[in-house]
Every structure is written in structure tokens, then in C-alpha cells.
Write a new protein. Structure first.
Length: 327
């Protein structure tokens, strides 16, 4: 009788030949033995999968634990994560992006914590690295308000990413997998918020097991109308999902996220039309509140003139106001 793995780790693969070896070695060298590795190839055009196959020969004891799934067409990261979950057999789900790497005891420690408290979700802190993998800064992921983790996510008090989390597979519903399919931006925010709707218990480990390599390949690094449309779609999906599944639609917090997105666009493009056409509904909302509008105007002016530090300072005040004022 085949024993099912305790953890299924889902690794998206798309043109990461420069970084994937360090990622795979950190996975195959985990102190926890009972793991399933699911590599989802989203039509990678380089040697990434070849490298995975070569490394499997270096770790023969892991070969039987590896699945490699290939999409026939490029479906984007949201669909890759959904594909991995659907093929997973583990009691718990974890994600690891193929340009990052992890500490060797990460999953043993996280599984031990999850089992000891029967937690639905466990997460750890994050170590930011440069493109060479050199550690730069530890980012704590401790909740300030454990009574409302969704609010904490939306107000950016903790990161929404799925890759520093261990999650019971039973929490993944087909409905929230469909939520992220095809998403070009914000798939982790959608997925993590949907999971927190289901979560009854959770725990944070104050250790930076996950090394996040900062590479400028995100959607926000390339601003165009298609990416702007993706932003609009993501936040509308999020609003609709939370409105349907919770007692609170979190409209204030989602507005704060929209403002943050507008600020991000100002930082990355001189195309003011894209900026002004994104979330026009925010403008009348601020006209009704003079203090909010004043802070917003100052922050925008500073960012337009590349005074980012001052702009971020005023945006911090604005974010706090939006977090406290609930409809």
C-alpha cells in the first residue's frame, strides 16, 4: 500500500535556468523525507527542466517523489499554482518559487509546528536576497492583529505570498483555485485571502526559512494597458469573493491597495493617462474627505517628482486612516 506524502511542494517553472539549481538543491536536501515535489512547467523556453532532470540523478533517493507536469500553452502563475494543487497528494500544501531557495530544515520545522497545534496554516519570516542570493534583510511576518488576518494582508502588514506558508490541503476549494486561474497579477493575494476565509487556526514561526530573491520580473515592472486591466480584474475578483464569503467586504482596505497600485504606476512610467484612468472611482471618494484628499495630493505630488521617501511617508499616514475608517 502506497503511503501518501505529508507535504506536496509546488514549484512553478518558467525560464529560470540561471537560478533553479540552487532552488532544487535546497528542496532535495530537506531534512524532512516525506515530501512530494511537483514541478509545473509553464512552457519554459530555456533549460530549466533539463536542469531539474539532471539534479534528480544527483539525488536518486528523491526521484520517486518528483512529478513534472507541462502545460501545453503558457497559462501564467495563477494557473500554474492551481495545476499543482490539483495534482498534489500531500496532507499539506507548500509553494516554492523556482528562483528562490530555502533553509534545509524549513519544512520539518513547519510541519512539526502545524501538527503540534493542529494548525490550518503555518508561515515563517522572509529573508530578502539580491539576484546573486546574498542575504540582505529579514522581513518579519508577525501579525499585529491576529483577529483579522485578511485586513493585515490588505493593509500590507504581512506579505500575501503563498511561498512562505504551509497549508492544509483540505482548505483548497475548487472555487478558490478557479479564482486564481489566468491571473496575471495578484494571484497570491487572491489565493491567500481566500484561504484565510477558511482558516480556523494558524501560527507564525519567527525564523527566516525562506530566501526571496529580488528580481525585477514582476508585472508592475512592465506597465501597459494589459497589465492595468489585470490590476482592475484582480481587485474586482477580490472584492466580489470577500463580499460573498465574509461579513465584511473590506472596501476600505481594498481602496488602500488600489491607491498603492496607482503609486506603483507613477514610480514606473511617465504615462499619466494610465495613472489617471486607473480606479477613477477613488477620486470622488477623496473629495468627500478633505484630510484624506490632502494627504493623497501631497503623496502623489512627491512621487510624481520622484521624492519617493516623502511620498511613501504621507502614503503611510493615508493607509492608516483608511485602515481605521470602516464603512
Amino acid at each position: 500500500m502506497t503511503t501518501l506524502p505529508k507535504i506536496s511542494i509546488i514549484i512553478p517553472v518558467y525560464n529560470v535556468e540561471k537560478y533553479i539549481e540552487q532552488c532544487v538543491r535546497s528542496l532535495f536536501e530537506q531534512t524532512l523525507k516525506d515530501i512530494e515535489f511537483i514541478f509545473v512547467d509553464d512552457c519554459s523556453q530555456d533549460n530549466s527542466i533539463t536542469i531539474v532532470n539532471q539534479l534528480m540523478e544527483c539525488y536518486p533517493h528523491r526521484k520517486h517523489q518528483v512529478k513534472i507536469i507541462r502545460h501545453e500553452v503558457n497559462k501564467k502563475l495563477g494557473s500554474v499554482r492551481a495545476t499543482g494543487v490539483r495534482h498534489a497528494q500531500g496532507e499539506y500544501i507548500a509553494h516554492c518559487d523556482s528562483d528562490d531557495f530555502i533553509e534545509k530544515n524549513m519544512y520539518e520545522q513547519m510541519l512539526s509546528t502545524a501538527i503540534s497545534g493542529d494548525y490550518d496554516m503555518v508561515w515563517c519570516d522572509i529573508m530578502l536576497c539580491d539576484h546573486n542570493g546574498k542575504d540582505m534583510k529579514r522581513v518579519s511576518q508577525n501579525l499585529k492583529n491576529s483577529n483579522d488576518p485578511i485586513k493585515e494582508l490588505l493593509m500590507c502588514n504581512i506579505w500575501p505570498n503563498v511561498w512562505n506558508r504551509l497549508i492544509k490541503k483540505s482548505l483548497f476549494k475548487e472555487e478558490n483555485l478557479q479564482l486564481i486561474e489566468g491571473a496575471q497579477w495578484g494571484e497570491d493575494l487572491l489565493q491567500t485571502c481566500a484561504l484565510f476565509v477558511e482558516v480556523k487556526s494558524f501560527s507564525h514561526i519567527p525564523a527566516s526559512f525562506y530566501h526571496y530573491r529580488q528580481i525585477n520580473t514582476s508585472l508592475m515592472a512592465s506597465i501597459n494597458k494589459s497589465n492595468i486591466d489585470s490590476l482592475v480584474t484582480t481587485y474586482q475578483k477580490l472584492y466580489d469573493y470577500l463580499y460573498t464569503h465574509t461579513k465584511d467586504n473590506y472596501s476600505k482596505e481594498i481602496n488602500a491597495k488600489k491607491i498603492q497600485a496607482k503609486f506603483g504606476i507613477l514610480r514606473r512610467t511617465d504615462n499619466r493617462k494610465l495613472y489617471y484612468n486607473l480606479y477613477p472611482e477613488l477620486k470622488p471618494r477623496f473629495y468627500k474627505s478633505k484630510p484624506d484628499w490632502f494627504l493623497f495630493t501631497i503623496a502623489i505630488w512627491c512621487i510624481q517628482h520622484k521624492m519617493y521617501f516623502i511620498g511613501d511617508f504621507y502614503f503611510g499616514f493615508l493607509k492608516k486612516i483608511l485602515g481605521k475608517m470602516r464603512k
